[in-house]
Design a protein around this ligand. Structure first.
Ligand SMILES: *Cc1c(COP(=O)(O)O)cnc(C)c1O
Length: 357
């Protein structure tokens, strides 16, 4: 099950999902009902699970589009049963057991009762049983063994009482790469499928990031020593400097925190971000980069020549995590999946950049 929530971590859920299905991915995980509907409307027919939950107003539309739902309470179980019966459908649900995450999910001691209720409900079908691992180091963290043990205990008793059906799934990226066992029926990779994984996890070096964020130089200006740049005049030229303006800002996914500390690549050189990142624009110091001209491609995330900037690099500068970096690529940034043509909704999209699945 490929996790494509948050618009496939910023990559564009529709195109990524079409590509994933062609590559053999059997199911998709999303965060919200509207994300599931977007995929259904784009012609995606594989099972889609809302990993979290939905609000009552969304139940009818979710069931009407054969969207699978996480289930974590008796109230919700009863409500789904009523709605499904009214609609004449069977709602496919995944029991979410809270083994330590502490947000959604039924506590282990109440899980069997809920399983019994699901089994007894005429219009509910148990499509899966899941839990979510909290440790960012997956199986390397002893806490994960505790969670796995709690989960196994429930499974064991549920098996004895013949309450189990569907797929069992637990593993996110960190668990997959740290060898969580057993791996069960599905794995649920998100970030690693996009080629990003914290570098200390084994196997991280095998991944190739799927995403690059590029802009261009739209304006060049020579400023005198002592000149200041941007809101708050937070940067002052210590020498005569050449400043390039890029039409990309925090709305596009350049974190504001990179103000005066981030860098970008231009002509295979590193150039510093100077002044504050603004909503629409970012300014960089290209004094030491020869031959920069208007129209030059600027790489904010990705590779240029022998240099690269990863989501992890940006996250370190912005004091956040790589997930937030890719998820923050703004709506108005054009996603290009291949040289041509740009994919349209409803059509499987050609992604020639990906060499293999
Ligand atoms: C987001 C999410 C995942 C994927 O996590 P990654 O760390 O991106 O691999 C898996 N399962 C659930 C329930 C999630 O919410």
């Amino acid at each position: 099950m490929l996790v494509v929530k948050a618009d496939a971590y910023g990559h564009g859920a529709v195109a990524i999902s079409h590509h994933a299905v062609r590559c053999g991915v059997e199911a998709l995980g999303v965060g919200t009902c509207s994300e599931a509907l977007e995929l259904r409307q784009a012609g995606i027919t594989v099972p889609i699970l809302v990993l979290g939950t939905i609000v009552d107003e969304e139940v009818a539309i979710a069931l009407g589009h054969n969207v699978e739902l996480g289930l974590h309470s008796t109230d919700r179980q009863q409500m789904l049963q009523r709605a499904a019966r009214r609609m004449g459908v069977r709602a496919r649900v995944h029991l979410n057991i809270d083994t330590g995450m502490g947000r959604l999910g039924v506590l282990p001691e109440r899980a069997l009762e809920l399983l019994r209720r699901i089994q007894g409900a005429s219009h509910l079908e148990l499509a899966g049983v899941m839990t979510h691992i909290t440790a960012t180091d997956g199986a390397l963290d002893p806490q994960t063994a505790t969670q796995a043990h709690r989960f196994e205990e429930v499974l064991k008793r549920a098996r004895e009482q013949r309450l189990l059906s569907g797929a069992i799934h637990t593993a996110n990226s960190a668990c997959i790469f740290t060898g969580l066992r057993p791996i069960y029926d599905f794995v649920r990779p998100g970030i690693s499928a996009y080629g990003v994984l914290p570098s200390h996890l084994p196997g991280a070096e095998l991944l190739r990031p799927a995403l690059a964020l590029r802009s261009q130089v739209i304006f060049l200006k020579d400023v005198q020593r002592g000149a200041t740049i941007g809101y708050g005049s937070t940067w002052q030229a210590e020498r005569n400097s050449r400043i390039a303006t890029l039409p990309v800002g925090y709305d596009d996914g350049v974190p504001w925190q990179l103000s005066n500390r981030g860098r970008v690549l231009v002509r295979s050189h590193s150039a510093k971000i100077v002044g504050r990142v603004t909503m629409d624009y970012t300014t960089i110091d290209v004094t030491d980069v020869d031959g920069v001209s208007v129209g030059d491609v600027v790489t904010l995330l990705g590779t240029d020549g022998d240099k690269s900037i990863t989501a992890a690099d940006i996250a370190a500068d912005a004091q956040t995590i790589p997930y937030e970096i890719t998820c923050s690529v703004g709506k108005r940034v054009t996603r290009v999946y291949s040289s041509d043509p740009i994919p349209t909704t409803g059509q499987p999209s050609p992604i020639v950049e990906e060499q293999s699945c």
